[in-house]
Design a protein around this ligand. Structure first.
Ligand SMILES: Nc1ncnc2c1ncn2[C@@H]1O[C@H](COP(=O)(O)OP(=O)(O)OP(=O)(O)O)[C@@H](O)[C@H]1O
Length: 257
């Protein structure tokens, strides 16, 4: 596997008012790898992803995707980057006003990259990849369970065959078994597409299942990165406390100060 970083963050800083959320984030997301970013609530995980996607502008720092500086991209270059990018949002972000198949092909239809007839076939194929029958395409998202909605959101993330995929808390709100099923589908889909994945999660079981590499963000910086399988016994007291959900440790000591 190549060790070329597809996404490279250096010295990324972002403040909202007086609050310094990102305070020098350095991160490499290696091509073809699945990287998981961990961190407490409000530690800046989503802000990091939004900066990479161009939904937020960083105050300082470098964001490179495939060697190109995202902050200096033209509109056309940014659109081309978004075309090859998939995103699974934390809450699914499905539109109840549209049937599942139109949700799955929303981006492709909006960009007129497929006809409506082609979109039904693309949706059926994407739904099959997440274990759903084509008939589910005719339902409204409101008729589906949380686990099925996550599968549909995953089908939407992969429908345009992206080669970079972002997963924001993919297992939040699911029971542990459904969480494991979704993680398995994520691993299969990412592998099938040969994609590079960047996920954020609080769920340690999920992080170990979907991640090759894990990184922990704390106080606006990446304080550790290493193999996801070592989470819980990394030797870094902060990461191990977080991964094992322990009350006592350096993170709590800092909160007490
Ligand atoms: N648009 C914004 N305006 C002001 N503050 C913001 C904005 N977006 C994020 N923040 C603040 O930045 C901090 C980090 O938010 P972020 O959503 O990145 O956290 P997170 O690590 O993803 O947390 P969680 O795990 O709870 O989703 C929070 O304090 C949040 O209130």
């Amino acid at each position: 596997m190549s060790a070329t970083p597809r996404i490279r963050l250096r010295g990324l800083r972002k403040a909202f008012g007086a609050k310094q959320v990102l305070d020098g984030v350095d991160l490499d997301v290696v091509a073809g790898h699945s990287t998981v970013v961990l961190g407490g609530s409000g530690s800046g995980k989503s802000v990091t992803i939004k900066c990479i996607l161009g939904l937020l502008s960083p105050d300082e720092g470098l964001i490179e995707v495939d060697g190109q500086d995202v902050t200096r991209m033209s509109r056309a270059e940014r659109a081309a980057l978004l075309d090859r990018t998939g995103m699974l949002f934390q809450n699914g972000a499905l539109f109840d006003s549209l049937p599942v198949w139109e949700n799955v092909c929303f981006k492709l239809l909006a960009q007129k990259r497929v006809t409506r007839a082609q979109a039904r076939d693309v949706a059926a194929e994407a739904l099959a990849q997440v274990g759903l029958a084509a008939t589910v395409g005719e339902l409204s998202p409101a008729e589906l369970s949380g686990g099925m909605q996550k599968r549909v959101a995953l089908a939407r993330a992969i429908a345009a065959r992206p080669d970079i995929i972002f997963f924001d808390e993919p297992t939040t709100g699911l029971d542990p078994i459904m969480g494991a099923v979704i993680d398995g589908l994520i691993v299969d889909c990412v592998r099938r597409l040969g994609a590079t994945a960047l996920s954020i999660t609080h769920d340690m079981a999920s992080a170990r299942r979907i991640g090759d590499t894990a990184a922990m963000i704390h106080k606006g910086r990446i304080v550790w990165s290493g193999p996801a399988e070592t989470l819980g016994h990394t030797g870094n007291a902060m990461v191990d406390q977080f991964a094992n959900g322990e009350r006592e440790g350096p993170i709590q000591m800092e909160l007490r100060r």
